[in-house]
Design a protein. Structure first.
Length: 299
């Protein structure tokens, strides 16, 4: 594939494709359909899917193998081969008007996961960190749609998107304690007509953002300046992750939800998994490091 050339890596159409995650050990790409109870795996050009016990929101690697799945109202481990699902006890998050959304792990193995308001307009969502004891610690309140989370190569800076009204903030992060500094607005999307969704960081420390309704993904320097934008054949890219040999392929999940027949005909790749070679490598995803003790099985 030529540098920058965009291809359909998997033609399976998701309603809300989200949460791409590369497994280096399996040499496979996982992602979810957030509208259905489904997780996909692309390996050796073949796409498989498994049913989940609940609607998913996000995926991160599990140190013990398999996947950690963030569901709309909870967390658990999932083994793709067997379909075995394990639900974990979780307290301290009021889900009455919010649900979990995107997530990522920092270098210490903490799970950072945000919520989104059910209606997508009230600032009642929050950003949490979850450590080995599965106790959520609130890092920020007053969000509307907490979305993409990523970390600088040295682990001392965290990027976080609030999709409405649309901004990406940068935080100083203490790797030892997990304490966040004050949010600093890195990218303001006000008036752009599109919003930030998922994000990831490459080996050079630049931030890649899936810009939903923008027909593009974009790369930003650590100071927030636009480095480049790559046009896509779909209006709603949702998230992105590096994978493949040397982590040099950028996979992009997309959304078909809300598109009528005419729009789908004009965007035949909407909902599909896209891929391109951006000319820079990514970073391995950190795994969740939990001390779960005796967790009862569910599902």
């Amino acid at each position: 594939m030529a540098p920058g050339e965009i291809r359909v890596a998997s033609a399976v159409r998701a309603t809300v494709g989200e949460a791409p995650l590369w497994s280096t050990t399996e040499r496979a790409l996982y992602w979810i359909d957030g509208h259905r109870r489904v997780v996909f795996r692309l390996r050796d050009g073949v796409t498989e899917e498994r049913e989940l016990p609940f609607r998913p929101s996000c995926l991160v690697p599990d140190r013990q193998g398999g996947l950690v799945v963030g569901y709309k109202k909870g967390l658990g481990r999932f083994e793709f081969e067997s379909g075995r699902a394990e639900q974990w006890p979780l307290s301290g998050v009021d889900f009455s008007d919010v649900s979990f959304n995107d997530a990522a792990c920092d270098a210490a193995g903490r799970l950072w996961i945000g919520t989104r308001h059910a209606g997508g307009h009230a600032p009642v969502a929050a950003l949490y960190s979850i450590g080995p004891d599965l106790r959520p610690v609130c890092g920020r309140r007053g969000l509307v749609v907490s979305n993409g989370i990523a970390f600088s190569p040295d682990g001392r800076r965290m990027y976080h998107a609030d999709s409405r009204p649309g901004r990406v903030d940068a935080y100083d992060l203490d790797p030892a304690t997990g304490m966040l500094g004050a949010p600093q607005c890195l990218i303001d999307y006000t008036g752009n007509g599109f919003r930030p969704d998922g994000c990831t960081v490459d080996e050079e420390g630049f931030l890649w953002v899936a810009e939903i309704e923008g027909w593009r993904i974009a790369r930003y320097a650590p100071d927030g300046q636009l480095d480049r934008a790559i046009a896509l054949p779909v209006a709603k890219p949702s998230s992105l992750a590096f994978g493949g040999p040397g982590l040099r392929t950028l996979f992009v999940t997309t959304i078909s939800y809300g598109l009528d027949a005419a729009a789908l005909a004009a965007q035949p790749a909407a909902g599909c998994l896209l891929a391109l070679e951006p000319g820079v490598a990514g970073l391995p995803e950190h795994a969740f490091r939990a001390d779960l003790g005796n967790v009862s099985m569910g599902g």
